[in-house]
Design a protein around this ligand. Structure first.
Ligand code: SF4
Length: 370
């Protein structure tokens, strides 16, 4: 795929005409923040091939997750602006962040509510809108303030960062005019495991604190367990623990999606897997092969497990295709079946919880399929 096409697909709305980008800030760890002027900030479904409109205030992300699928878009931006960095593109993604500094002005100028009607606007489909850069530059906050000038939109935000709590009051105000929900993304409650896969992301307790802040402000917020890492974070105990913690923190919904290994994510994740969890390499080769998805039986079993846990923990139960992409499901929003009584877990679930082999890493029961 041509890089420019890739950028459009990922919905990053880049002004290819700019060649000179000012350095906005530098950090001790060597991160540079480069100001980018864009001529488009909200990307239509036709540009991305996804059933939603998308906004990404930043390109690149300091959190540096091994499974991140947005790295090529950063390379494309650097190359289009003749700003190839000193590091390999993969590392550059985490060390040089492009800041779309005119994003809010462009949104005010270009957002046509009539065109967007009936579809959701997703903020943070490619990079985290509350990554550390947001603390300094406030691009996401400025975008939300711009959206206060409209009415009746469906807005969904996904982040791993408790910084979203800073905007709780603004999000509550926005919720009076739009349908707003915030997904707090968290793959595990185990900080050591998180650090092996997400070198600089906020730790679980911080993300749950962010979730609590939103819930206390009356913002519709839930837990997004994504990606679920087969063999590492897919155990009953691990997923159930996350849902229980989310519930405790005020989540109104919880859902999750298995790891997808499209080429960009594959090139980052598989070396990490080989280094950190070599015992899983052969199982991944068998169950992913050259495909983006794990096997259908695995995905179906995982979807069934999530539905059972949603019932157990009193969340709405999501009925969806196991092969639906994470982004599609996030766009569709939380589900449709009302929450079950958490005290009435189905007997089959209780039986299955004890009949599966334990994960070597977490000691929790895991799926037998991988
Ligand atoms: S937080 Fe999201 S955008 Fe940032 S590195 Fe992780 S997966 Fe990529």
């Amino acid at each position: 795929m041509r890089l420019s096409a890739m950028g459009q697909q990922l919905g990053l709305g880049i002004d290819a005409g700019r060649r000179s980008l000012p350095t906005l800030d530098e950090r001790q760890r060597g991160t540079a923040f480069l100001g980018l002027e864009v001529n488009r900030i909200i990307n239509p479904p036709e540009a991305t091939g996804m059933p939603f409109w998308s906004i990404n205030p930043y390109i690149g992300c300091e959190f540096g997750c091994a499974y991140c699928y947005a790295r090529d878009t950063h390379r494309w931006t650097a190359e289009r602006n003749q700003l190839a960095g000193p590091r390999p593109p993969r590392e550059d993604f985490e060390h040089r962040i492009f800041v779309k500094r005119n994003a809010a002005d462009v949104l005010r100028r270009t957002l046509d509510p009539a065109k967007v009607a009936g579809a959701s606007i997703l903020i943070g489909t490619a990079t985290d809108p509350y990554q550390p850069a947001e603390r300094t530059f406030g691009i996401t906050r400025a975008l939300l303030e711009a959206l206060l000038g409209y009415r009746g939109l469906s807005i969904r935000i996904t982040t791993k960062s408790p910084l979203v709590g800073r905007d709780a009051e603004l999000l509550a105000r926005l919720s009076r005019h739009h349908r707003v929900s915030v997904n707090i993304s968290l793959i595990s409650l185990d900080p050591a495991l998180i650090r092996r896969l997400e070198p600089r992301s906020p730790l679980p307790h911080a993300r749950l604190r962010g979730l609590r802040t939103l819930a206390d402000a009356g913002v519709d917020a839930g837990l997004l367990i994504a990606p679920i890492i087969p063999g590492l974070t897919d155990g009953w105990g691990a997923l159930g623990g996350l849902m229980a913690a989310g519930r405790e923190a005020g989540a109104r919904y919880a859902d999750g999606f298995a790891l997808r290994l499209a080429p960009v994510a594959r090139s980052g994740f598989l070396p990490t897997l080989a280094r950190e969890f070599p015992e899983l390499v052969e199982r991944y080769r068998r169950h992913y092969g050259g495909r983006h998805h794990a096997t259908r039986p695995y995905l179906e079993s995982l979807a069934a497990r999530l539905r059972t846990l949603q019932k157990i923990h009193g969340f709405p139960v999501v009925a969806r295709s196991a092969l639906r992409t994470e982004a599609e499901a996030v766009a569709a929003g939380p589900a449709a079946t009302p929450p079950a009584d958490p005290r009435r877990a189905p007997p089959a679930a209780r039986r299955r919880r004890t009949s599966l082999p334990a994960s070597r890493t977490t000691g929790q029961p895991t799926l037998a399929l991988l």
